[in-house]
Design a protein around this ligand. Structure first.
Ligand code: FAD
Ligand code: SIN
Length: 520
């Protein structure tokens, strides 16, 4: 089937939904989620959303903290406007009904996290993302011009390539919409759109241990890369220092950095503090430093986790601010007011992604990207905690305003052919897909994790090559399913992470190579 819509929005987290709400008043919007609406990284966000609201904080301090974490790879102009505009975007989020915790005097109760010099993180208990997702979902569902399609999987972007015109990385190209898998018919439908926004989130599932929900399979980056659009900075993959240690449980449960902001201290397996050896900010140093320090301590002691100690924090404060974490640990037999929490670093955030300009535009015309899938220049080589939700709000707003000025002069491209699935057969061998996925995440965690080397990266690429060839064969001969597409996308993203890591001949931010020790 063929459908037309003014705007096609791929993804229903904070980036996709906040964009949809800003363009829907005068235009038709089709909003896709490949799963149920609430299954997003947004829903899982704990710590909160960083923005400057009260003195003594200032935009300048937030800019300095962001650039300091980003290790000189940030785009200063982008950092400045994102932080300056962030304050208004938070006010809008509050206006549409998002609740953030307040103090008794009525001011917002702002938290501190690693790398922040001031308290500036708006939060709702330790479930900030779920609250934001709730508020946005309510608005989106109530909007008459937004057509929400759950369980609809975007397979590929439509470009000139589908009209038989050869395109290259350098040639001009345009996005005309996307091919989308319909869960009822199991056929691929054609969605023609004047403007397409990719807001498909991250790709943590390329690694074995990740805080990301299972939807985070790098679909957006892979679609754009296949369509020969620009992707950058993929070597900077952020590992969160403290996921709850529970081997083979996916996703790994996050122990928010805000807990360290409230005073929790990292300790080794013998119960001794260690962060003073690595950074004067100790447990509250930026994430790359803390994750590497934990990795090193685990290697020295041979243990597979370290501990977080919050026994000294006021019990009432712990229960009031971190009820979700308290309950999670309690269900596993740990009373965090009396016992250490076992923690381990886990793949958490893709700092690179689809390269966009200051309005969220990719070099493929009429294609925008926002949220974790994008590479705006804000995060540089390492994202400052709680800057992700902020970036998504600011860029979705910018992309919305920019595209509203363009959309009336864009026509639908009507001569797009329907998806061709001639010559494929149903693939029954699900085991091939699950096994390859396991192998992929083992390769990435073993060789392309927190500490890398030339040899490890080469080994990873050699192993990946085999998985790539096998999976492409399977894909070409199978009827398209979500699982085979996700596997293909993850292999594509893993390839980009490895290749970009190989190209960076230095240690910087999240990319740390034994062959290029950091310059002091
Ligand atoms: P998501 O919220 O992940 O939404 C992606 C959407 O895309 C989903 O609707 C999905 O179904 C859809 N989708 C994906 N692929 C396809 C496809 N092929 N077809 C159709 N739809 C598709 N950041 C902060 O700033 N502060 C925090 O406190 C914080 N805590 C976090 C805690 C956890 C446990 C995690 C995992 C992340 C956290 N982050 C935090 C990061 C932040 O939550 C994410 O970066 C952000 O929510 C991403 O939003 P998004 O809209 O880009 O993507
Ligand atoms: C956390 O709550 O520690 C996660 C914050 C983030 O990823 O920005």
């Amino acid at each position: 089937m063929k459908y037309t819509t003014d705007y096609l929005v791929l993804g229903a987290g904070i980036a996709g939904m906040s964009f949809a709400l800003k363009v829907a008043d005068k235009h038709s919007v089709t909003l896709l989620s490949k799963s149920e609406l609430f299954r997003t990284a947004t829903h899982y966000a704990q710590g909160g959303i960083a923005a400057v609201m009260y003195r003594p904080d200032s935009w300048q301090k937030h800019i300095v903290d962001t650039m300091d974490a980003g290790a000189g790879v940030n785009d200063e102009k982008v950092v400045r406007f994102t932080i300056e505009e962030g304050t208004d975007r938070i006010k809008e989020l509050i206006q549409i009904g998002t609740h953030f915790d307040k103090k008794e005097n009525g001011e917002f109760d702002l938290a501190k996290e690693g790398g922040h010099s001031e308290r500036r993180v708006f939060h709702f208990k330790d479930q900030t993302g779920a609250e934001i997702q709730r508020a946005l979902t309510k608005q989106v569902k109530a909007h008459p011009n937004i057509n929400i399609l759950e369980h609809h999987f975007a397979v590929d972007l439509i470009t000139e390539h589908h009209l038989g015109i050869e395109i290259t990385r350098k040639s001009e190209k345009t996005c005309f919409g996307a091919y989308v898998l319909n869960p009822e018919t199991e056929k691929i439908d054609t969605y023609l759109a004047k403007v397409t926004l990719i807001a498909t989130g991250g790709s943590g599932n390329v690694y074995h241990t990740t805080t990301n929900p299972e939807i985070a399979t790098g679909d957006g980056v892979a679609m754009v890369y296949r369509a020969k659009g620009a992707v950058d900075n993929m070597e900077f993959f952020q590992f969160h220092p403290t996921a709850y240690y529970e081997p083979d449980v996916t996703p790994a449960f996050l122990i928010t950095e805000a807990l360290r902001g409230a005073g929790a201290i990292l300790k080794d397996v013998n119960g001794k503090e260690f962060m003073q050896k690595y950074d004067e900010r100790k447990s509250l140093a930026p994430r790359d430093i803390v994750a590497r320090a934990i990795d090193n301590e685990m290697k020295i002691s041979g243990s597979d986790h370290v501990y977080l100690d919050c026994r000294h924090i006021d019990k009432e404060k712990l229960l009031d601010h971190f009820p979700n974490i308290y309950d999670h640990c309690k269900r596993r037999g740990i009373d965090i007011t009396k016992e250490f929490i076992p923690v381990v670093p886990a793949a958490h955030y893709q700092c690179g992604g689809i390269k966009v300009d200051e309005y969220g535009q990719n070099n493929i015309k009429h294609l925008y990207a926002s949220g974790e899938v994008s590479m705006t220049g804000l995060h540089g080589a390492n994202r400052l905690a709680s800057n992700s939700l902020l970036e998504a709000l600011v860029y979705s707003h910018r992309a919305a305003m920019h595209s509203l000025n363009l959309i009336d002069i864009i026509d639908f491209r009507k001569d797009i052919p329907e998806w061709d699935d001639e010559g494929t057969v149903f693939n029954e061998e699900m085991v091939l897909i699950t096994q390859t996925k396991k192998e992929l995440s083992q390769i990435m965690s073993s060789y392309v994790g927190i500490v890398r080397s030339n040899l490890r990266l080469k080994r990873a690429l050699d192993r990946l090559e085999i998985l790539y060839r096998e999976t492409e064969d399977l894909y070409k001969n199978s009827i398209v399913t979500q699982k085979i597409c996700e596997l293909r996308n993850m292999i594509n993203v893993a390839y980009l992470i490895i290749k970009m890591a190989q190209n960076r001949k230095e240690s910087r931010g999240l990319h740390y190579s034994l062959d290029y020790p950091p310059q002091r």
